[in-house]
Ligand binder design. Structure first.
Ligand SMILES: [Zn+2]
Length: 166
């Protein structure tokens, strides 16, 4: 059985793409769907290309490097499983791949967790718009893993970061 924070991970039996996404993560790869017709990556996992509506696609491994585009710090957990982890950050990570597509202010963005070196929720002071992050994988069991992010060793200058006022 796969589980995260003690809660069983249920994937619909007809959602093979979601299963494969988590299997790739279980093998240490962040793989996204890439449209066979227009060659664009997309996320989250979906049936048709949002750019050209093609149903043909293949998995494409991405670097796992990105920048925090936005974030929030959750004080009140929305599920009992998160009780012990609160407060915790949720980050919107813009991947290095496919930036400024389809428009100048668009990009390939994933909602995820930001964790520290031990896998615990990153401290609020660690969260900043503009911070560089890299993917890591939380083991779910049964060969599955959940992609999440941690701060990269190299960070932009403090003046290039933005945090919610304390
Ligand atoms: Zn397409």
């Amino acid at each position: 059985m796969s589980e995260y924070l003690g809660v069983e991970v249920n994937i619909a039996s007809n959602d093979g793409a979601k299963q494969e996404f988590l299997e790739h993560a279980g093998q240490g790869r962040l793989s996204l769907q890439c449209c066979s017709a227009c060659d664009q990556l997309r996320y989250p996992v979906m049936t048709a290309c949002p750019f050209c509506t093609s149903l043909d696609w293949a998995w494409s491994e991405v670097s796992g490097w990105g920048t925090i585009y936005s974030y929030e710090y959750v004080m009140h957990p929305i599920h009992p499983a998160y009780r012990e982890r609160a407060p915790y950050p949720i980050v919107l990570v813009e991947l290095d791949e496919q930036r400024q597509f389809p428009g100048e202010h668009d990009g390939l963005r994933l909602i995820s967790s930001l964790v520290d070196a031990e896998g615990a929720p990153a401290a609020q002071e660690a969260c900043a718009i503009g911070a560089r992050v890299e993917v890591e994988f939380a083991d779910l069991g049964d060969g599955l893993a959940l992609p999440r992010f941690r701060l990269a060793a190299e960070q932009p200058a403090e003046a290039e970061l933005w945090r919610y006022p304390a």
